[in-house]
Design a protein around this ligand. Structure first.
Ligand code: SAH
Length: 502
């Protein structure tokens, strides 16, 4: 297949506003070239092996260079996704990039995106049109450095158009163009709102009139990217401000668990309005010793039990299993034990029922659960665990006569990359909360960021602990969690955060 370039609209910021077509193309990208306005969380959709090229803050990479890069990668036979904020054909020079591709005869496809023009007003509770207020809207840029007569803005004409007005890139010259509109006849009392980073957890809105907004925006430190809405519809915000009225709105909350596990926790927090920073501190890789795994796979039929002690173990085992076998029946007839509800849930996703499910992680409880099921003397067990798991469990099982193979099926290593820029943001501006979901998240977070130092640097930052073990690890660093979850789950953590926000 010939390579192709896809100019994909990333939407306005909220990752959920990417189109299905955009997601599909990211999943098979060889190269992703993205702008600062595109939400970097979307990069998770692309294969980890893809090449990720950021244009940098404030469009650090010049347009000519980025166009040349797109062309070079396409000519090298790669599938290139060029990810652009909002819609590719709205003020993003997408038209110019497509022209360059056409000139080089490189096949391309353009995937529309949800533009900030419509999305940001939605999230600010301001309908662009409303039967009681207006029947049209006009969009223009507030950044006119154009000496070119043909494309220069005509404020005398714009001022006369009825209906709502939307201004992109209007922050830097806000004072000039609002004054120009008043000079050309718009009422100084016209309502206006400026919205910074709309649709994201960092959304910030300032509202005023055409004459007051410039000073208000300076006072509230509104910087780009921001979109401005002018017209009577701005007043509806009082009734319709669903996004900013959510209970955790405005709170920056750090999630420290591994990205694959962070999903539902992050989603719930974001839906409650939080600005979620996913800063995973560990990741999972293949274990150092692979021979033991191969032996174990060859002998699967000889085991009476397969024992999983974590959801990670389940994922790692079946990744390896399905690489070798095409048929689930090759798993053999062993019974399956899963320690903890998350582990059992992961197995059920594969339609595998669990025969024994000890609720607690202590070796004693696990042995007890097996013995309730059967006498384990001479019973052959395969433990599928992390590389550094302690020896207590296999020893306790052996004491009862079981024949145990303790297989390291995965290894956890520190996460050092920062594709999404989340750890950079954390180091730059701190957070309101850091949530810890296990002792190991505390340890790894501390190893990466020096927790006491970070708390000292950002005194408003509070720590939330999922349970007593995690709290102990926090306290060992000379710190105190602001609260410990009553129920030791992520939902328990969310309940605590909501209570604190009241
Ligand atoms: N193609 C983009 C626009 C690119 S021009 C689109 O369709 O949305 C960049 C400008 O878009 C910014 O200066 C700002 O005015 C606006 N913008 C983009 N995303 C925004 C957001 N999340 N919040 C507020 N304004 C945004």
């Amino acid at each position: 297949m010939k390579s192709k370039v896809y100019l994909v609209g990333a939407g306005p910021g909220d990752a959920g506003l990417l189109t299905l077509r955009g997601a599909e193309l990211l999943q098979r990208a060889d190269v992703v070239i993205y702008d600062a306005l595109a939400n970097p969380e979307l990069l998770r959709l692309a294969p980890a092996s893809a090449e990720f090229i950021s244009r940098g803050k404030n469009m650090a990479m010049p347009q000519a260079e980025i166009t040349a890069l797109i062309i070079a990668r396409a000519q090298a036979g790669k599938t290139v996704v060029r990810l652009k904020g909002g819609d590719p054909f709205v003020f993003g020079r997408g038209g110019e990039e497509a022209e360059a591709l056409a000139a080089e005869k490189i096949p391309f496809e353009i995937v529309p995106g949800v533009s900030s023009i419509t999305a940001v007003p939605n999230y600010a509770g301001i309908p662009l049109t409303h039967r009681s207020h207006c029947s049209s809207f006009t969009v223009f840029t507030g950044h006119s450095d154009s000496a070119d007569e043909a494309t220069a803005l005509r404020y005398d004409q714009i001022a006369k158009i009825p209906g709502t007005k939307v201004v992109l890139m209007g922050t830097e010259q806000l004072e000039d163009w609002t004054a120009a509109l008043v000079k050309h006849g718009m009422s100084p009392q016209t309502p206006i709102a400026i919205i910074h980073r709309g649709t994201t957890g960092r959304q910030k809105t300032v509202a005023g009139t055409l004459t007051t907004i410039a000073a208000l925006a300076t006072k509230e430190k509104i910087v780009p990217p921001a979109l401005t809405i002018i017209g009577d519809v701005v007043k509806l915000r009082g009734k319709l401000n669903w996004f900013e009225n959510r209970p955790l709105f405005g709170q920056r909350i750090v999630i420290t668990r591994r990205s694959e596990q962070a999903g539902s926790f992050a989603k719930k927090l974001a839906e409650l309005g939080a600005d979620v920073l996913a800063v995973p501190t560990i990741k999972i890789t293949t274990p150092t010793q692979k021979d033991a795994i191969i032996d174990c796979l060859l002998e699967l039929n000889s085991y009476d039990w397969l024992v999983f002690t974590s959801a990670n173990g389940v994922t790692a085992f079946f990744d390896i299993f399905f690489r070798r076998f095409q048929d689930l029946r090759d798993l053999g007839g062993a019974r399956i034990a899963a320690v903890g509800p998350a582990t059992a849930a992961k197995l059920r996703e594969l339609h595998l029922q669990v025969d024994v499910q000890p609720e607690e992680f202590t070796a004693k409880k696990i042995v007890g659960a097996f013995k309730k099921y059967q006498d384990i003397e001479n019973v052959k067990m395969c433990l599928l665990r992390a590389e550094v798991a302690n020896r207590e469990l296999p020893e306790a099982l052996q004491e009862e006569g079981a024949i145990v193979d303790d297989i390291a099926i995965y290894k956890t290593i520190p996460e050092t990359e920062d594709h999404t820029g989340a750890s950079e943001r954390l180091l730059e501006s701190g957070a309101d909360w850091v949530t810890f979901t296990s002792s190991s998240t505390v340890e790894h977070f501390h190893a990466r960021f020096d927790l006491p130092k970070l708390v000292k640097q950002f005194p408003q930052m509070k720590l939330a602990s999922i349970g007593p073990e995690t709290s102990k690890t926090i306290e060992a660093l000379g710190l105190k969690p602001a609260f410990e979850a009553k129920e030791h789950t992520t939902d328990g953590l969310i309940a605590g955060l909501l209570k604190a926000a009241k």
